[in-house]
Design a protein around this ligand. Structure first.
Ligand SMILES: [Ca+2]
Ligand SMILES: [Ca+2]
Ligand SMILES: [Ca+2]
Ligand SMILES: [Ca+2]
Length: 269
């Protein structure tokens, strides 16, 4: 008997035409109930829910949503993305019941030229095609395991800090797994082999994106203001105009009971 819940964030980033991050849920719930005469064993509910708080260039962005708002969400939407623009998302993960292992997966699903404009060619961009865009090369991603205050503190682990172009590329690429909490990893604490307990409340993932060179520094634990977040777009040129990057972020929770040695590497995507 295995119960899983899976959520997918589709992140679509368009330069020039705008930035769209959409949220879409994909639910897969396997449950098992067994009945013998006059006795019923019912499966518990096991539900992973997500919420998001989005900002762009330090200001609140419209596209936030609360726990329980199922369906497709626009994560954020900006029609005028420029070099040096940056944003943050604070993703809340909530488990309704029991204990779970938690994994995430990032997949670059497009790094497209999306039309080779004359101004791009003039800047030296000669490559066209679905995987020939330059935008991902200029897009920095930073994820950390947050305590919910949306401030990266020195005692909070970095989950991913890399250029989007370093994600696997090409059609049907394998993407990149993030081992958040499994038998061998714990991004949210120092104790291994200790699943996420619903009773202890939500987990939070802090995320920063930057179109440019991102510099971040951690604040001291308990700080009420974030450390440095600087996005320098001065090195970006016209080769990225109109390019399109799409990233899918997928979360996966699986019951920990009777599943002692689970590894996120065993998650069948
Ligand atoms: Ca190109
Ligand atoms: Ca924090
Ligand atoms: Ca280009
Ligand atoms: Ca282009």
């Amino acid at each position: 008997m295995r119960k899983i819940k899976q959520k997918t964030l589709f992140i679509l980033i368009l330069l020039g035409a705008g930035v769209f991050l959409t949220f879409k849920t994909v639910q897969a719930l396997f449950s098992d109930s067994e009945t013998s005469s006059d006795n019923v064993l019912g499966a518990a509910t096991f539900d992973l829910q997500l919420a998001n708080t989005a900002t762009k260039n330090g200001a609140i962005a419209n596209n936030s949503w609360s726990l329980g708002e199922e369906g497709e969400h626009l994560f954020f939407n900006s029609q005028d993305l420029l070099p040096g623009d940056w944003g943050q998302n604070l993703v809340e993960l909530n488990l309704n019941n029991d204990q779970a292992w938690l994994c995430a997966h990032l997949q670059l699903t497009q790094n497209s030229e999306n039309g080779l404009e004359a101004i791009e060619e003039a800047a030296g961009d000669l490559s066209d095609g679905n995987w020939a865009g330059e935008l991902a090369t200029s897009l920095q991603l930073f994820f950390w395991a947050d305590d919910g205050d949306n401030i990266w503190e020195t005692n909070e682990k970095v989950i991913l800090q890399q250029n989007a172009a370093k994600l696997p590329q090409g059609d049907n690429n394998a993407g990149q797994r993030l081992n958040l909490i499994d038998a061998q990893n714990n991004a949210f604490g120092s104790t291994l082999n200790q699943p996420w307990e619903a009773a202890k409340g939500s987990l939070y993932l802090g995320q920063i994106w930057c179109l440019g060179e991102l510099t971040v520094s951690a604040a001291e634990p308990g700080a009420t203001e974030a450390g440095t977040i600087n996005c320098n777009g001065s090195e970006i040129d016209n080769r990225i105009q109109s390019d399109l990057v799409q990233i899918t972020l997928n979360f996966y929770a699986v019951q920990a009971r009777h599943n002692d040695n689970f590894s996120c590497q065993n998650w069948e995507l």
